[in-house]
Design a protein around this ligand. Sequence first.
Ligand code: FAD
Ligand code: DLZ
Ligand code: SF4
Length: 509
Amino acid sequence: MVSRLILVLGDQLSDDLSALREASKETDVVVMAEVQAETDYVPHHPRKIAFLFAAMRKFAAHLKTEGWSVRYTCLDDAENTQSIPGELIRAAEATGAEEVIATEPGEFRLISALEECPVPVHLFPDDRFLCSHTEFEGWAEGRKELRMEWFYREMRRKTGLMMEGDKPAGGKWNYDHDNRKRAPKGLAPPGPLRHAPDKMTRDVIELVRARFGNRWGSLDDFWFATTREEAQASLAHFVEHSLPTFGDYQDAMVAGEPFMFHALLSPYINAGLLGWREVCEAAEAAWSKGDVPINAAEGFIRQIIGWREYIRGVYFLEGPDYPTRNELGATRALPDFYWDGDTDMACVSEVVRTTMAEAYAHHIQRLMVTGNFALLAGLDPGQVSEWYLVVYADAYEWVEAPNVVGMSQFADGGVVASKPYVSGGNYINKMSDYCKGCAYSVSTKTGDGACPFNLLYWDFLNRHRARFEGNPRMAQMYRTWDRMDEDRRETVLAEAGALLDRLDAGQRI
Ligand code: FAD
Ligand code: DLZ
Ligand code: SF4
């Protein structure tokens, strides 16, 4: 007689999962299921589905070799009820189990679905994260502003990573200042480690092609790691080949170089194939040996124990309505070029095409190209957020929503960002080589060929003057705007308005 079912979700592929720690190999049965409710709640990029299904199947096989009984449902199994609660009910009926043990899912939608499941589900905290909900709530309590930097320093103290006693290694907490170099010509980033798909992965790719082949996004040349061992090899490859240069060019963008010196580890970490501690310790060890400069190691560790943990803390602190916030009242529909890349803006086109091909774009591309355009143009943050959830292989609501709704779109009214991440074309030109291949001219502010980012930047500031002019970090921007002569300001606003009208009319921009 089976005593309990142990649910393992697609992004819970970790041996040290709290649900597995609570379970007994002798009497409990692990339940894993590929279901349409998860593939379809947004139309995920087929590459993300293929990655998760292949990784799920291999993790199930691994659990079996470790002595677990595993009940695995494939997407095309005839009896599949196509939802997680449905598969738990079916498993309970088949085994006689009367209780489910699960690790808290990373999304309110699925937490509610489990709470409503007729078979009682006992949720355990997801302690694969450094900071628990209670600890984050305690940190946030009574603070006027939830700034990541202060949270990060506490996490450095808590972990001891790159600490010398109670002081940060090298004397500074944050070396971001050194991480803003433009990429010189001829730079040759090594790219991520590519894993040839084995038979199990090839079968999954065929299934996903058959079922989701019409969806947006390419499945060609699939190279993701799908086991913990492969993900560990990807981590080692990153630390040896890219991390030494990661810091210097962290914000740089180069046409035809989608990966630069980034880790490409977020799909693996978020699915549970790698843990925060091992990736940070690998970076710290490389720095200790002198193989990696301090700005690179600190910068990378900050992304993991700082940004990643902080973002998750915000999601659970702010609650289920957070992803639907729209503090700036933005309502414009997402333009088609977010799907087909068919725009004269070389920067946007490059990022969309990379995203379609790889289910990946690096941080600055997400923030300062597609995110920046959406914010400047007043796109509906709900539609923007759904786009990000669909298109990236690392996207789950707990991490996507605070990054998009908060950091990128300022739709949470400033919980995550102390000011909106907006820029004109100059910033993109400074950090990339996109502008030289663009139909628009970045140095042209108005008139023929003026870069849309230039026009929309001022239009955004003008539109939201009442909200932002009192923000000390934006005072300089408003002073510059106010110093322009009135005719010029009128021209900028009229041309920005005409551009937005063309956008609304579905015309090419
Ligand atoms: P690297 O640049 O090499 O960074 C190393 C690691 O740090 C990443 O693997 C990731 O685990 C972590 N990290 C860095 N920044 C963040 C952050 N802001 N939030 C959480 N983790 C971070 N990240 C996601 O994992 N899922 C998302 O859905 C997601 N959506 C985003 C949407 C927008 C608009 C923006 C601006 C950022 C988003 N990010 C998201 C954060 C970040 O862009 C990605 O984590 C990063 O690009 C992943 O690629 P990488 O592994 O090469 O990262
Ligand atoms: C993202 C995803 C997809 C596409 N498919 C499945 C699935 O079939 N089965 C499953 O257990 N998990 C899947 N996932 C991951 C879940 O959506 C994820 O657990 C929640 O979004 C919470 O983070
Ligand atoms: Fe993007 Fe403007 Fe540069 Fe073109 S000119 S690539 S639109 S920033």
